[in-house]
Design a protein around this ligand. Structure first.
Ligand code: ADP
Length: 452
């Protein structure tokens, strides 16, 4: 029997006599006591186990927490270092951008300023508020004659949509404070993935380069001018010798003197071309238009080239239609235009070919056309044909004599006097040069020198 029940029976039935009708009842109670005792023990054990497990979990959790805390500390440290690195990279990039000698501006695809460096700030007298403004609000671009240049030409081109950077070697930038700076521009697209995000443009101040160029041109001008005096003396004395002024000369001596004369003439032509090119570059050549008979000027140029026409057996034709009696033009410069275009046509046309000069009066002015059936200009070299000193490959092979200055001079003269020049050409078929002068004739241009 359970001890608690025994104690209760002893208390209430001290004589130990249990009435038989209670025996069954007491035995039920005894079993209940025993079961409750077992349940209690079970509960206590379960509680003990649960608390043990809880303790262990707590311990594990605490450990985990410590581990996580350590990891967080390590990560924070790492992040901090990265932030410092990034700030350093940023500072370096900014330092590089701001130490650049060139002005740098980044634009979005609509032409609004995204970013500019320190040099841009000083070069264009910018304020920080220009970010977000359109480029046209902060500067304008001009060519050397102060004609505005559109952004398509100078900055953008096809840039945001193309792979290639564009380069403009000489553009004048006019800042909002009126400062006019000669700059070379390099513009490249800003492409993220496949998407154009705008473009970035570098402006290099080329004032010093232009001054060096000017000094070089002045040197060429001076040197060519000085060289003309001895060449003129050689020419004079050679022709005197050839004419027998120095006494009789033998046939051999005549051949040698004729060779000296030819070379000297070539040298004079070269020196004159150099002098003209330098006068054009220095901007000192004058255009003095007056009413002239253009047919007469053209005919004089043709007559002077007659020897070459005959030598090369060229079939020369003239076609003059509705040419005005007089046109306002500089006679000397007009002759230079005819001489260059016609002598080129003769020079670059094989023996027996045809050259023609057409002059026609149009409602827009005067149109000059010089065409030939010569070697033509290769397609891939046509864009460079008016460039100073440029000679096409086929021309170098067929005609070794040439300076590459003639067309440069002609184009400068035509354009400075308000006209236009262009050409059409097909290799081995022929070339046609077109010059047009406005009805008003050539524009006057003040200058201290003429062209030779
Ligand atoms: P050059 O002294 O070489 O003739 P120009 O400046 O007069 O110099 O011409 C430049 C180049 O243009 C020539 O070298 C030649 O390649 C090309 N050219 C000019 N005119 C003609 C023409 N009528 N036919 C073919 N090529 C020409």
């Amino acid at each position: 029997m359970h001890p608690s029940l025994e104690r209760a029976i002893a208390k209430y039935m001290p004589d130990g006599l249990i009435p038989p009708e209670y025996k069954e009842f007491i035995s039920v109670i005894d079993r209940a006591y025993i079961r409750s005792e077992e349940d209690r023990t079970l509960i206590e054990r379960s509680l003990e186990l649960a608390s043990k497990e809880l303790n262990e979990r707590n311990k594990a959790l605490k450990q985990k927490k410590q581990e996580v805390e350590l990891e967080v500390i390590a990560k924070t440290k790492e992040l901090h270092e990265k932030v410092i690195d990034l700030a350093e990279v940023n500072a370096k990039t900014e330092l590089v951008f701001n130490s650049m000698g060139e002005a740098l501006i980044a634009f979005d695809p609509t032409g609004k300023v995204l970013f500019f460096n320190e040099r841009a700030h000083t070069m264009f007298a910018l304020t920080p508020s220009v970010v977000g403004l359109l480029w046209t609000d902060i500067f304008t671009l001009e060519d050397k004659n102060s004609h505005p240049i559109s952004i398509e030409l100078a900055l953008m081109g096809k840039t945001p949509h193309s792979e290639n950077a564009i380069y403009e070697p000489l553009v004048y930038l006019v800042a909002k404070n009126g400062k006019r700076i000669p700059v070379a521009i390099t513009s490249a697209p800003l492409i993220v993935g496949d998407h154009p995000q705008g473009w970035v443009t570098l402006f290099r101040d080329i004032k010093a380069d232009l001054e060096i160029d000017q000094a070089k041109t002045e040197f060429v001008s001076l040197a060519s001018h000085q060289m003309r005096t001895p060449l003129t003396a050689i020419k004079g004395y050679t022709s005197m010798l050839l004419e027998g002024d120095g006494g009789e000369i033998s046939d051999k001596q005549r051949i040698y003197l004729a060779a000296i004369e030819r070379s000297n003439n070539r040298m004079v032509d070269l020196i004159n071309a150099l002098l003209n090119a330098s006068r054009i570059e220095l901007g000192v050549f004058a255009i003095e238009p007056k009413p002239i008979n253009i047919v007469e000027v053209a005919d004089i140029a043709i007559t002077e080239l007659n020897v070459q026409i005959v030598q090369r057996e060229i079939v020369f034709s003239k076609n003059y239609t509705e040419v005005p009696n007089t046109i306002n033009a500089d006679p000397h410069l007009t002759k230079i235009i005819f001489q260059n275009l016609i002598s080129n046509a003769i020079k670059y046309t094989p023996k027996g070919g045809a050259v023609s000069l057409s002059l026609s009066g149009t409602p827009n002015g005067l149109s000059i056309e010089v065409s030939d059936t010569g070697i033509g200009i290769p397609k891939n070299e046509q864009s460079k044909i008016f460039t100073k000193l440029f000679r096409a490959d086929n021309a170098r092979i067929t005609e070794t004599e040439g300076t590459g200055l003639g067309l440069y001079i002609v184009k400068s003269v035509v354009e400075e006097s308000g006209g236009e020049i262009f050409f059409e050409s097909e290799e081995n078929k022929g070339t046609r040069f077109f010059v047009s002068l406005p009805v008003s004739g050539m524009k006057q241009r003040k200058g201290t020198r003429g062209l030779q």
